[in-house]
Ligand binder design. Sequence first.
Ligand code: GLA
Length: 724
Amino acid sequence: MVIYDSSKRVFKLDTDNTSYVMGVTEEGYLGNIYYGKRVDTTDLVYAMRIGEHPFTPSVIPGEKISFMDKFPMEYSFDGTGDFHANCINIRNSAGQEGLELTVESHNIYAEKRKLDGMPSARGEGTMSLDIVLSDKILGAQVILTYTVYEECDIITRSVKVANTSDSAFYITKALSACLNLETEVSDILSLHGAWARERHIQRSKINYGSYITESSRGEPGHQDSPFIALLSENCNNEAGDVYAMNLVYSGNFTARVQKDHFGKVRASIGINPERFCWKLGSGDAFETPEVILQYTCKGINGMTRNFHDFFRKYIIPSKWVDAEKPVLINNWEATYFDFDDEKLVQIAEEASRLGIEMLVMDDGWFGHRDSDNSSLGDWYVNEKKLKGGLKKLVDRVNSLGMKFGIWFEPEMISPDSDLYREHPDWILALDGREPGLCRTQYVLDLSRHEVVDYVYGMIYKVLKSANIEYVKWDMNRPIAEAASLPLPADRQGEVTHRHVLAVYELQERLTRDFPEILLENCSGGGARFDAGMLYYSPQIWCSDNADPVERLMIQEGTHLVYPLSTTGTHVADSPNHANGRITPFNTRADVALTGTFGYELDITRIAKEEREMIPAQIEKYKKYRHLIQTGDYYRIASFRENGRYDSYMVVSKDKDKAVLVYVQVVTDSNVLTKKLKLYGLCPGKKYVVDGTEYLGSTLMNVGYIMKPLRGDCQSVVVEINCVC
Ligand code: GLA
């Protein structure tokens, strides 16, 4: 629900359990009043505290700057006295920076507007609010849009900047949102990592000064994630206040938490302003990415469940949310570049016998690519490897009763490629400097329409040429030297954002032209795992590291925000190719269970006993697939925290079924059984676990007794069924 109380000039956005409240001062400044548990009144202006020193400029004009430095500005602007981390700055044609925004008008409406050229949450059944702010001197209009998703306790926000003046100006910073809080929060939760170690959870204290998690790599990167949450003191999995922000964006972002000299906390998130500058011509508009905002008093698990429900209902393409996606086998870690059609068919034959449903042909099928040194951009089949062409191979795989998927890396170009020899100017590069290579490749200049069209044309042709039912879209290097040859000097600061917009355009075209194709995003593993990508692809390859122990931590962090169904998980080789760890085949499958589930190893070469375990593993996955895709996820224990074991469970929405995963990473001799307190069950219902009947409240309060397993890296999956 969205309310505007005109007598008090108060806006109130209500979800089922939360309220978000803003007020307008005498001068027209828009301030944040409250965000938290639902309140059923608009009598809240007192909490904006404009009646305290330093008073608003209409009361004490002589202290305007002091006021600006204290006021909890809803969308804070730079250069006119608010010295905190701000959301927006604009440079005028005279080179001066700074603006002052006051409320001009507002509009409450039912049909959510789609963002222009960018992913945003679908808006069925929602109410939205636009608050139009303006700076009359600059001729700038800044429209703050809020949409309320009542049942998920989520509000989305985005900002549109319009130039209503006669001349161009430059947006040097335009974040998507800020949040003004005080003593209610004391900790920060964020996600950090590296290649093969993505999205580990980090919790830290909010101290005076700033905490920043951000990327300038042209994608979120392996290192940081466009998510941040602020927690109350002692907030744990089940209880405590959480304020979280997740940016629907796949490029450079910044998320910052700043505690000031008054002890006030401001958190902000949006496109990273570093090296960003957008020229806005007269009459033009610029939109920021959308941010997904939530408050819950139900602890970290509560935040996770709200995000999961929201992503499943409003972000992931609806067609795929409940779809039973095929169990796949990917040849990357099985063969790397060393394969031909016969090898792939051999794998497919064995796979189909074992119940695997799709073969994905990874990198190396095009140009003359036998290593990562060549051919990106030459998206035509290497007939030396695939004799008789792609269609022949796909038909052979299809005749085994299997689907076929293919890998692309559309944003890239190898120096050793026909495309580069023909168009050496199609890359991002700084004038006069030798462009830097990474994985021996350059980044295509996707700010040029002809490049976008050309790349799409090539992909289109391949996808039309055979019965391809899945695409893995990869991006294997960050963007450096973000400069474009044809763009004018005062638009070079737009290049990285234009790249992201082009990726969105390409994926929009692909999913529109091939609605039946299942798209999986990937970036050197999980360097671009974000809500923007999930808008186009229902799943993302989570990490190049499929070692089940490392995966416990990667998946814990990923599932903190993103639904289990979105996580690309495969059973891979042992010793693991990324870290050399040796683990049992069974544990590798149990850890892959809470994701998309597939195989990525040469099943024609592994031990016969392991091969013969595959049908039962697939059966187990299929048994729990629906529950895992649609249920509520609860974290029980974290190996990252305790250094010994990990446990989590998924409970069906009707609370009649649950599945518990337990992984004992390190075995301890002569220890007692472990008491695992379960979550999310119905206290009064009876459940059967391992043949014994328990009350839900017993399992949740007293706990389930887990027997010690013998050996390191052992796992069990426990089924919990209601007998009501
Ligand atoms: C990236 C991906 C891998 C594989 C290789 C191919 O690293 O994450 O899964 O596709 O590229 O080059």
